[in-house]
Write a new protein. Sequence first.
Length: 317
Amino acid sequence: MVPVLNRISGPSEPEFRATGRQIRNNVAMEPNLAPRTARDITQSSVRRNKVVTLLAVIVTAVWTPAAQAEELQLANSYSLGNDFSRNSSNFHPQGLGIDESTGELLYMQQSTNTIYRSNLSGSPTGNRSVGYHHTTSVAADATNYYFSDYTSNNSGLDLFVIGKGGGSASAFSSDVAGYGGYPIDVRNGVLYRTETSNNYNWSNLNQIRISPMSNPDSITTSYSIDTNGIGDIAVDVDGNYLWVLEYQGAASIRQFNLSTGQLIEVFPLALDGDTAGLTYFNGQLFHWDWNTGSSQLRVYNIVSTADSDGDGIPDHL
């Protein structure tokens, strides 16, 4: 984690400025002794420069604000039932999403043709059949579910929408790729997704595409991010963060600026990223570690370590 440099306690800013002026004046007003040699003048100039430089360093240290940072603290861990631990016949068999309108987690598993739902503690709340087999990611808004699928490989579309209350799935985007779908998230009328995958794994994914839900094929923003593949993505609009689960067997969670893609922090939690999902809701990250017959849900609190008053105690304590 990036260390936090707290401000050094000391006099007020006006006091430091007054002290700095007095020291500089004292340096300039040397006693009227014997006429100085060129060497005397040079040494005096060197001393003066050192004092002024030291003052600049001290003032900078005092008035540099503490770095803004977060910590991920494990809040709970739940063993999941059979609906969230079903067999799969292919790579990256699952994705995790959130329905913000109901506060339900959404689980997309290949080979089940179904979106399963749970509360935030992993207890089942229902399901929705989608009619597609090789599904890899899921998201929702108030009306619909959205999921990626690669059933037809390069002969079929990759992103679909289906109503919560009924009806069949239909294409939502013109994306066509030969392999594996891609991670998606939907927040506040905006669609977030990676580039289309070109292999039967997501180790080479490193781009984010952003588009309005009203016109999903109109990419308004795209950028590359510094990551070891992308196992899933989670968007925090309020904090302007993009959270990324690496596509690794012992994966880190990476935090990025949502607007620019700049890397903020890396959390080396050694989580499963190859067969796992990630989503964000209400100040927490949810990690779904999928295994046949024994899946697990981990919940992490996102805690700010900012120390705005420089007292060495984070603001949240």
